[in-house]
Design a protein around this ligand. Sequence first.
Ligand code: FAD
Length: 449
Amino acid sequence: MVEKLVIVGAGVAGVNAATKLVDNGFPGKNITIIDMGKDPYNRKYSEVMEGFLGAGGWSDGKLTYHTSIGGHMAKYCGEDKAMELFDEVINNFKRFHPKPEEVQCSDPQAEPDFIKPYFGLRLFPVWHVGTDYLHEIGKNWYDFLVNSGVKFKWQEKVTSIDFKKQWCRYKNVEDKFTRGIGYDRLMFAVGKSGIDFGKQLADDYSFPTEPKPVQIGVRFEAPQKHFQKLIDISYDFKLYRKFEEGVSLRSFCTNNNAAYVAVEETYGNHSYNGHAKKDEAFRNNMTNFGILMEIPGIEEPFAWSRELVSKVNKEGTGLYYSPTRKPSTTSEGETVSAVTIGEMDEVREAFQGYYKYIDDFIDDMKKVFPTLGDDYGVYIPEVKYLNEEVKVNFNDLSLVGYPNVHFAGDSLSARGISVSGAQGIYVVESMLEIFKEEKYSNHGDAISW
Ligand SMILES: Cc1cc2nc3c(=O)[nH]c(=O)nc-3n(C[C@H](O)[C@H](O)[C@H](O)COP(=O)(O)OP(=O)(O)OC[C@H]3O[C@@H](n4cnc5c(N)ncnc54)[C@H](O)[C@@H]3O)c2cc1C
């Protein structure tokens, strides 16, 4: 009997998982993907977090290619296997890309001397898909899955899962009508927009979890010319530093040339991220990146981060501070949503003393990039909501106690596209092995599904 698989979340992990299954002959009609967002034909550009290809698969497209970046993969399967899985994810993006030859890899080799007294530079390759192509990639990829028989339920929010009865309840986001679906196997891949749901399940079922540190900061934006000498060496540069108190900071997700700040809406609050366009028509010669602090030892890191985020939201949006500049525009020409503030006192207070590390980081950037001066702005806050990581079996990312329920992507321990996609594929590989064994034992011969 072929199992019925339900995937909660049509994001990077869920879509890569379904693709691996149908590529290996698993009947698409046995896969149902439920998502609270929209399909790629109806999803608006501004719907950053929800819908086909999830968050960064729709709004950005820098695929990191290293096991120390973007969350955990190697810890489950080893370095070599992790790299093999990243290759599969990158190949999937190329496969549905209208111009795959434009997918380029940047691979910086050495830390330049001029940053050394102040910062370390993480060196790793990144594949650039290009934001401009993501929507077309999404449509091509979606068509492939639909044509393979995969069933999608759009604008349906899964509200509860009964792991014992193997049953999900979901509610239509518009008509609020509740329905249910049973499964033999479930993949939980709700990304950042579903982290509160993951936490609720972990609490309800008392899953063993591993605590995660707080990751919070700001999105920094400045004219690109100030950073050009580093961009020439490393396009998506990651500056980092660690303080004796255990707090570490890193620049994160750098966008250049045609670089725009993006608003993320999570749990009713705004925070910031960024993306870059490839088309020259969008060039604005700006650079933006997150300055993220990792703060260990905070009790209830998720609740702490959410409270901080709500304190630095005003009039329903985040904050913008600059000594000299004004908020910039989105790629659609609209002003990036933010309340401009003239003083940082309320922000420093909300950060409970931790903002001094960001001040310090910015001050040292001014030394390393001397033309920068006060020619920058910060969007407050940028946040990575890292829920406590549920304990899973390393061979298939299934829950300890529920071997037919698999966690993948940002709901588990990923923080980026490559790792999320890789986790989705990894889960499915273990399932394919089981299904293959069942086929052999049922029929005594290998047959296609
Ligand atoms: C603006 C932006 C830019 C980014 N850029 C990059 C980048 O360039 N490179 C990179 O590596 N990473 C990037 N990221 C991070 C990256 O997007 C995520 O790590 C990745 O998308 C996680 O994949 P996922 O499948 O776990 O979740 P997602 O891709 O977020 O997908 C989760 C899906 O689950 C759905 N969902 C959530 N809750 C429910 C529910 N209860 N019921 C039904 N559906 C639900 C959501 O609608 C969503 O479609 C970016 C993120 C953002 C927001």
